[in-house]
Design a protein around this ligand. Sequence first.
Ligand SMILES: N=c1c2ncn([C@@H]3O[C@H](COP(=O)(O)OP(=O)(O)OP(=O)(O)O)[C@@H](O)[C@H]3O)c2ncn1[C@@H]1O[C@H](COP(=O)(O)O)[C@@H](O)[C@H]1O
Length: 120
Amino acid sequence: MNEKNITSSQPTDVLFALTQVLEARKASADSTSSYVASLHQKGLNKILEKVGEEATEVILAAKDAQSSGDKTEVIAEVADLLFHSMVMLSHLDTDITPVLDELARRFDVSGLVEKASRKA
Ligand SMILES: N=c1c2ncn([C@@H]3O[C@H](COP(=O)(O)OP(=O)(O)OP(=O)(O)O)[C@@H](O)[C@H]3O)c2ncn1[C@@H]1O[C@H](COP(=O)(O)O)[C@@H](O)[C@H]1O
């Protein structure tokens, strides 16, 4: 792969499929059978509470992974964080596509160079 040619940001298959499911669930009123619909019904504050909880769980699981060498839990927690972040984006009427666009825009620009350009 030519790293310099990364310009498009189509979500991977699973992110694309999940984005579509999340969009469909937002329109669904059935919060008894859908966890995502229940989050939308509870509102942004509940979704943000979950994002915060999952971020904390990622930190704890990463520390455990470092000491035990077992990365199973940290992988599951990062998936939970990404999932709840995607629900948050959906609640705000957007999705992960512009996030991937932003990563593509930043691709191959050193973080240190970018930081220096902000100070100029
Ligand atoms: N990827 C996920 C996914 N990842 C995590 N979760 C749920 O997120 C919740 C995380 O909860 P916690 O670990 O905090 O545990 P909890 O104690 O149950 O949570 P709370 O009671 O505090 O809300 C669990 O209920 C998980 O099942 C997910 N729920 C749904 N999806 C996807 O979303 C789709 C739609 O889901 P539904 O809307 O439920 O049909 C599914 O088909 C999946 O593809």
